[in-house]
Every structure is written in C-alpha cells, then in structure tokens.
Design a binder for this molecule. Structure first.
Ligand code: CU
Length: 372
C-alpha cells in the first residue's frame, strides 16, 4: 500500500490478524506511522525478529522497514492509516501527510474524525526511547546473525572504532555534505576495478582520511577506509545536522548497541546494550546526537557506507570500507566475470597493450635465443 493523499482501500476481515510490512522508501522525511483505534504488535525489522511490543505508533526513518501484526478487533468500519513526517509541524491537510484507509470488509461507515494524533513530531525523546526498546528477540527460533549464531555481543573484542561525523560544509563555494569533513568524490574508475587492477593507484589512497576525526578543512576526496577482515568494528555515527539522518551499510547487518545525545566519549560504552541488540541494515542518528553499531566484517569486498537521506548522500555523505581477504577462494569473493566492463583508468586497450608488449618481448627474446 502506498500512502498518499489519495486513500487506498483494502479489504480486512473482522477478527483476523494481519501482518503489515511498512517501509520508509522516502528520501528525506522520517515518518510516524499509526492506524486509528488499532494497536500494532512489532515483530520484525529488516530481517531480524524483534522482541514483541505493542505500539500505538512507530517511527520509521528513511530506508528502514518493520513488520507489525494488526488484529481487526474493532467495530466494522473504516479507519485512517497515517504516516506523518517528523521534525516539522504539518496540518492534517498537508501533502506531507500520507493518509490511507483500513477498510473492514463489511464496513459501510467511512473513516471519521480527525486523523489519529501521533507523538509531537519534535519529541525526539519519544523516538529515542522507542528506538532503544527495539531489541533482538532471544526466543524466536530463527536464523541468527553472524558469526555462528551469536546475538550477544557483550564479550566480543573490538578490532577497530570508526567515529564518523555527518556535517554540512561549503567546498569551492558549493554546499556539500561530508563525513569527517570529507565530501565523497566519485572517481572516474569504479572502485573495484581500481582496487583489483591497480591497487587503487590513481583513483584512491587507502586510509588517506581519518576514520576517527574530522579533517581540519572541508575537502572533496574519494574516501576509502580499510576494515579488518573478520574483525569486530564499532562505528560511532555523529550527527552535526539539524535533521534526523540515517546510515546504511552494504554487505553486512549491524548490531545497534547505543543511542545518545551530545558528545560521544569512550565512557559511553558503559551505556550500550550488548545483551540483545537488534541487527539491521539502516540506523537513524538524531540531530546533535550519536548512534553506535557493531559490525562483524566477515564479508570481503568494497562496501558502501552512506547516508540514506538522498540529499546528504548525493552531496557527498558516503564512504567505502575495503574489507580485504587475500584468500582467492571464490566462495568468499568471486573473481571478476569474463565480460567485465572496463572504465576510467582501467580499460581494455591497457590490457591488450600490456599483453602486446609482453608477447613482443617474448618473441624478440625467442628470436635472439634461436639465433645463438
Ligand atoms: Cu545495502
């Protein structure tokens, strides 16, 4: 169901329980989602079973997904379904407010009254407290995240800590978004090609920018950090912006262990939830606050870490984590396909030229050898 100003009716039978999967596929606004007169039992997020919680409304940030169970235990009628943006005041008639209708099959009564009210859109405590309460379901008999079925991260040894601050900056008189004051510059050569054929030379320099502190000045750069293969990585996301940000990591689910306000310091580790953190792909970072995740880097590759808020991402708030495993076993990372497309600094003529040079030298050598 796409929530829009045009309500979409769906047939729900009374006294049944429905699973509703809700995704925020927007590009800018965090939303609060609710259904008039109905509660939702939260059961899943981004592939992980959550501890089950009855909710009146749920905050869903850009790029996030949840599953909820809804029981049609109300009088047969129609009920409003609402998705309203956070961090902005909107009247019910605003085109930023998505409205749908939950229609009981036998209903002849249209949805009535004002739209169900959600929390104050500026009440970030509501949002943070709800986020902290979303935890791994320790009793669901489902697949568990890596490695080897663990869900408890209280006794893992951290190999690395990244402290990444999302900010706004001006670079060459244009507005850019940055990570640690570096705005991502998309290189002419695809990173995997540059990595595989040229070890990055001419395209990026591994670990050229700090993964723990902000560059003294805001600059453009192709930001690639090395991640320790099979190590536990702690990522502290800091948000210097006035908006709620969300971060997504390709290649891994991460354990959401902490949210906080103001400065993050190592002392904050004592506040983490290491017992039952939920594993997900996308996490929100509140304005002026921080969010911490753990990721187990068992997947070799060149992985994108980015803001899911389109404006932030497009204007530079992203970087890559290079997780390298020298083992050529294709079960870990496949070799490039034979029909690989080349671009930028890596092109086919470069290889035919190299092959030509090699075969020419070889034939010259053979000639000289034969003449002896
Ligand atoms: Cu992804």
């Amino acid at each position: 169901m796409l929530l829009s100003q045009t309500p979409i009716f769906t047939n729900y039978f009374i006294d049944e329980t429905y699973l509703i999967r809700i995704s925020n596929v927007g590009t800018q606004w965090s939303i609060n989602f609710r259904i008039q007169n109905h509660q939702m039992l939260l059961v899943e997020t981004e592939g992980s079973y959550t501890s089950q919680k009855m909710l009146d409304s749920i905050d869903i940030h850009v790029g996030q997904s949840y599953s909820v169970l809804v029981t049609t235990n109300q009088p047969e009628a129609d009920y409003y379904i609402v998705a309203s943006p956070k961090m902005v005041n909107t009247p019910d008639s605003s085109n930023l407010v998505g409205v749908g209708v939950l229609h009981y099959e036998a209903s002849t009564t249209p949805a009535q009254g004002p739209l169900p009210a959600g929390p104050d859109p500026f009440d970030l405590d509501f949002s943070v407290n709800q986020a902290k309460s979303i935890r791994w379901n320790l009793t669901a008999g489902a697949a568990r995240p890596n490695p080897q079925g663990t869900f408890n991260v209280s006794n893992v040894t951290l190999s690395q800590t990244f402290i990444l601050q999302g900010s706004l900056a001006e670079i060459n008189r244009s507005i850019r978004y940055t990570v640690n004051n570096v705005s991502y510059r998309v290189p002419n050569t695809a990173l995997k090609l540059a990595d595989y054929y040229k070890n990055g030379t001419g395209t990026y320099q591994l670990d050229a920018y700090s993964a723990n502190s902000s560059n003294p000045i805001a600059i453009d750069g192709t930001f690639v950090i090395s991640g320790a293969h099979n190590g536990w990585l702690e990522i502290v996301f800091k948000n210097n912006l006035k908006a709620i940000d969300t971060w997504h990591l390709d290649g891994f689910g991460f354990y959401v262990v902490g949210f906080g306000d103001g400065e993050w310091t190592p002392d904050m580790r004592s506040t983490y939830n290491l017992y039952d953190p939920v594993v997900r792909s996308t996490v929100q970072v509140y304005p002026g606050g921080w969010t911490v995740v753990y990721a187990y880097l068992d997947n070799p590759g060149m992985w994108n870490l980015r803001s899911q808020v389109l404006k932030h991402w497009y204007l530079g708030q992203e970087l890559y984590i290079r997780v390298y495993d020298p083992d050529p076993n294709p079960a870990k990372e496949r070799q490039p396909p034979s029909n690989l497309l080349y671009c930028g600094m890596v092109h086919r003529s470069f290889y035919s030229h190299t092959l030509f040079t090699i075969s020419l030298s070889l034939s010259v050598y053979l000639c000289i050898y034969r003449e002896r």
